[in-house]
Design a protein around this ligand. Structure first.
Ligand code: GDP
Length: 460
C-alpha cells in the first residue's frame, strides 16, 4: 500500500500553509480571484471582445495589435485582429510553447481574472465543457444583429447557457454585442434581453444574478468607457469591466482534502517531470507536497507551483495553476486525471446513481441508453442501466420505475461507465460531482452524482 509511506502534510506543515494562506488573504492588495469563461454562438464576437478588452486594459501592446491588423488585412480578414490576441495563444499552446499567461490573465480594480479557454474554440462544445467546469462566472455573448440564428435550436446560445447552468455557473453577464450593427436600437436590445431573460430564468438562473448590457466588442464601446454616442444614451448601466469587477466571489473549499483536475498537460520530460495545468477544487497545496494521481494510483511530488501571474509556494481551492510534478511513471497522467490528498483520496467509480435533467433528446431514454459522459476534463462512454424514478419540480418522486425519460424531465437513474473515473458526490464536492451526457454531438442531459454503487476501496 503506497499510502503507508506517505508522510504528506505533517501537522506543522499543514499549519504553516494555512497561516500563509490566511495572511495572504488578509493583506489589503490581495484581490479575490475568479475564473471566467466566455460562451456564445459562433461569431458572436467572443474572441474579438475579449481581445479588445485585454488591449484596452493594457495587456496587449499597440505594436502587437498593429502587427495583427496588418497580417489580418493581408489575408483578407481585416476585422479579426482583436480576436487573434486570443487565438494566437491557442496556437502557441498547441505547439507546446510555454503559454504567455498575460494574454489570459487580467486584473480589474477589485478582482483577478483568469480567462478560460472557450474563446478560440469555435463551436467545439466538449472543450467548452471542460473550460466551463472550472469557471466561477461567465459572459454570454449575443450577436444583436443575428440573435435569432444563435437562439434557434440549431444555434449554440441556448445549449451553452444550459450547460453553463448545469456545470455550476451562477452569475452570468449577458453582453448584447455588435450593437453598432443595429444602430444601438433600444427596441432591439429590449426585445433580445426580454427573450433571453425568460429563457434563462426558465433554465433556473436567478434573475438577480443576470446582468444584461449592450456593447460593441469590435468598436470597443461599453467595454471600459461608456459609449459617447447619443444613440445609446438610453443605457445607463455598467460597462463590461465594471460588471466583471462586481462579480461576487463564491465559497472556497479550503478546509476539504485536496482535489485538482488535470485540464492540460503541457510538457512531459523523460527524466520524470511533467507540467500540468488545472483548477484546484478544494484544499491547500504547498511545494514539496505529495499527491496521488488517480486513476492509476501513483504518487508524485509538487516541485513548483505557478499561478497565472507568478510563482508561488502555495495555492488554494479556486486557484487556476500550473504544477511542475516529479513522477516515476509519466504516462499515467492524462486529461481528466485527478490529483488528490493521498491520505484522503478521491473516489474512483464506474457505477453510480445520479439525478439527471434532460434537454432535447433524439429518442426518449430507456434502459440501456448509451451516451458520452463528461465530467471535469474526462469523457467516457456510459450506459444508463436503470431508470429508478421521475421527479417533480420539488424533488418528490412522481413516478417509480418509469419505462422511459423524455425531454425536459428530471429523473433518478443508474449510470455505468466503461472504465473507472475519478468522481465525487455532488453533496461533497459540487464541481466534481456534476456531469453532462452527450450524444451525436448534442448535449442531452446534465446530472449530479448522488450515490456510488461500486466504491472499490481495495484499490485505494
Ligand atoms: P467568436 O467566434 O465568437 O469568437 O467571434 P469573433 O470574435 O471571431 O468575431 C466574429 C466576427 O464578428 C469577426 O469578423 C469580428 O470582427 C466581428 N465582430 C465581433 N464583434 C463585433 C462588433 O461588436 N461589431 C461588429 N460590427 N463586428 C463584430
Amino acid at each position: 500500500n503506497v499510502h503507508k509511506n506517505v508522510k504528506q502534510h505533517s501537522a506543522s506543515r499543514k499549519k504553516e500553509l494555512e497561516e500563509l494562506v490566511h495572511n495572504s488573504f488578509a493583506t489589503t492588495n490581495n484581490k479575490p480571484h475568479l475564473n471566467m469563461v466566455v460562451i456564445g454562438h459562433v461569431d458572436a464576437g467572443k474572441s474579438t471582445t475579449m481581445g479588445h478588452l485585454l488591449y484596452k486594459l493594457g495587456y496587449v501592446d499597440q505594436r502587437t495589435i498593429s502587427k495583427f491588423e496588418r497580417e489580418a488585412n493581408n489575408i483578407g480578414k481585416g476585422s479579426f485582429h482583436f480576436a487573434w490576441v486570443l487565438d494566437e495563444h491557442q496556437e502557441e499552446r498547441e505547439r507546446g510553447v510555454t503559454m504567455d499567461v498575460c494574454v489570459r490573465y487580467f486584473e480589474t480594480e477589485h478582482r483577478k481574472i483568469t480567462l478560460l479557454d472557450a474563446p478560440g474554440h469555435r463551436d467545439f462544445v466538449p472543450n467548452m465543457i471542460s473550460g466551463t467546469t472550472q469557471a466561477d462566472v461567465a459572459i454570454l455573448l449575443i450577436n444583436a444583429s443575428e440573435f435569432e440564428a444563435g437562439f434557434s435550436s440549431e444555434g449554440q446560445t441556448k445549449e451553452h447557457a444550459l450547460l453553463a447552468k448545469s456545470l455550476g455557473i451562477m452569475q452570468l453577464i449577458v453582453a448584447i454585442n455588435k450593437m453598432d450593427l443595429v444602430d444601438w436600437s433600444e427596441e432591439r436590445y429590449n426585445y433580445i434581453t426580454e427573450t433571453l431573460k425568460q429563457f434563462l430564468v426558465s433554465a433556473k438562473f436567478n434573475e438577480k444574478n443576470l446582468y444584461f448590457m449592450p456593447i460593441s466588442g469590435f468598436k470597443g464601446d461599453n467595454l471600459i468607457e461608456k459609449i459617447a454616442d447619443p444613440r445609446c444614451s438610453w443605457y445607463t448601466g455598467n460597462t463590461l469591466v465594471q460588471q466583471i469587477d462586481s462579480f461576487s466571489v463564491g465559497e472556497r473549499l479550503i478546509n476539504k482534502p485536496f482535489r485538482m483536475g488535470v485540464n492540460d498537460i503541457y510538457k512531459t520530460n523523460s527524466k520524470g517531470s511533467v507540467l500540468v495545468g488545472g483548477k484546484i477544487e478544494a484544499g491547500v497545496l504547498g511545494v514539496g507536497d505529495k499527491l496521488l494521481i488517480s486513476p492509476g494510483n501513483e504518487l508524485c511530488t509538487v516541485k513548483a507551483i505557478r499561478r497565472a501571474h507568478n510563482d508561488s509556494d502555495w495555492a488554494v481551492g479556486g486557484d487556476n495553476i500550473d504544477l511542475s510534478l516529479a513522477i516515476d511513471v509519466t504516462n499515467i497522467l492524462r486529461l481528466g486525471s485527478i490529483l488528490s490528498d493521498p491520505e484522503k483520496p478521491i473516489q474512483v467509480s464506474k457505477r453510480f446513481l445520479a439525478q439527471i435533467v434532460t434537454f432535447t433528446l433524439p429518442l426518449p431514454i430507456t434502459n440501456g441508453y448509451q451516451a458520452v459522459f463528461h465530467a471535469h476534463s474526462m469523457e467516457e462512454p456510459a450506459t444508463i442501466t436503470k431508470l429508478l424514478s421521475l421527479l417533480d419540480n420539488s424533488g418528490g418522486v412522481s413516478k417509480k420505475k418509469p419505462r422511459c425519460v423524455s425531454d425536459g424531465m428530471t429523473a433518478l437513474v443508474e449510470v455505468q461507465l466503461t472504465r473507472l473515473a475519478c468522481l465525487e458526490l455532488y453533496s461533497s464536492y459540487r464541481q466534481l460531482g456534476r456531469f453532462t451526457l452527450r450524444e451525436s454531438g448534442k448535449t442531452i442531459a446534465a446530472g449530479i452524482i448522488t450515490e456510488f454503487l461500486d466504491v472499490d476501496k481495495a484499490t485505494l
